[in-house]
Design a protein around this ligand. Structure first.
Ligand code: NDP
Length: 297
């Protein structure tokens, strides 16, 4: 029986995960199909219940469900507990295990961004969703001493700060309201700027004014394309990275969790690059449940 792995999100049409995961299954001779499930929040619980059946190896969970899915699984790994967010689900019998492989993916992306410099200590994080939780956890683990989180809905950033209470007890983790002038002041004090909002995903806008950026900054956008933010940052000679490396490594870790096999990283990297070049992310309104590889065609 062909096994199924699904990406549950809303929307999911921008996703590049299918291209790399399907190629990896095929390369290793694993009889599995990666599908995109566009599910609104109200349908999430039903989608998760479906995963308990034998035909599923597991799932990826993406925007906007990573936090909402936490109480719907039976057990959380250490990283999923620490972040309060799940991006990968595996199945043990009828039990579902929630993992967070974004944490591992973010570490690779941060190390590449920082390069041979000393690891900085101050960061500004834009966004307080599931992705931001992996980012903040990763920064705390790297020894950052001051992290300021801005979010459109302040209460969500405050919830994030509260969640990390004990983990962040030795350093300064603050939630701040989304005001341009405050963001500018904080960016001027920080070395690392991470965009973990979805601003820039479907339209060519930046979460911050170009004037707030400077050449000393290391700027990471979790979105896997050359967003307006990254182009503005490059224009002032800041160091920039997009979310592709994080996507690749969170995906490779998920692949290993589902299959028990090492991921064919180079193949996945080239399939991601191909899918990007093919413009998969612009395929809005794609029918749900289609194999993602079809979307790349
Ligand atoms: P969530 O839905 O959990 O969070 C979305 C975030 O974006 C929230 O902070 C939300 O703010 C903010 N946001 C959305 N629209 C606006 C807007 N118009 N103005 C201001 N803020 C806005 O999503 P995720 O955390 O899962 O994902 C966030 C982004 O990170 C996505 O683009 C996703 O693709 C990317 N990502 C990439 C990964 C990778 O591997 N490269 C891994 C994880 C995420 P509010 O709470 O106020 O609504």
């Amino acid at each position: 029986m062909t096994k199924r792995v699904v990406l549950i999100g809303h929307p999911v049409a921008h996703s590049l995960s299918g291209a790399m995961q399907q190629a990896a299954f095929d390369e290793l001779g694993i009889d599995a199909r990666y599908e995109l499930w566009d599910r609104a929040p109200i349908d999430l619980a039903d989608a998760v219940t479906e995963l308990r059946s034998e035909e599923f190896l597991g799932a990826n969970v993406t925007i906007p469900h990573k936090e909402r899915v936490v109480p719907m699984v039976d057990r959380l790994t250490e990283e999923a507990t620490a972040t309060g967010a799940v991006n990968t689900i595996t199945r043990e019998g009828r039990r579902l295990i929630g993992h967070n492989t974004d944490v591992a993916g973010f570490k690779v992306a941060l190390d590449k961004l920082v390069g041979r410099q000393k690891m900085p200590k101050q960061a500004v994080v834009l966004g307080a969703g599931g992705g931001a939780r992996a980012v903040v956890y990763g920064l705390i683990r790297e020894g950052f001493q001051r992290i300021v989180v801005f979010n459109r809905h302040l209460h969500r950033a405050e919830g994030l700060v509260k969640h990390f209470g004990r983990t962040a007890a030795h350093m300064e983790l603050r939630a701040m309201p989304w005001h341009e002038s405050i963001i500018e002041v904080e960016i001027a004090k920080a070395k690392v700027l991470v965009n973990a909002t979805s601003i820039g995903l479907t339209s060519d806008v930046s979460p911050v004014p170009a004037a707030a950026l400077n050449e000393e900054l290391l700027v990471l956008d979790l979105i896997y394309s050359k967003t307006r933010l990254l182009r503005d940052a490059a224009a002032v000679s800041a160091t920039t990275s997009d979310g592709e490396l994080m996507l690749l490594h969170q995906g490779a870790a998920a692949f290993t969790l589902w299959t028990g096999q090492p991921a064919p990283l180079e193949l996945m990297r080239s399939k991601l690059a191909e899918a990007r070049a093919g413009g998969v992310r612009s395929a809005e309104g794609e029918p749900t449940g289609e194999p993602a590889v079809a979307a790349a065609e």
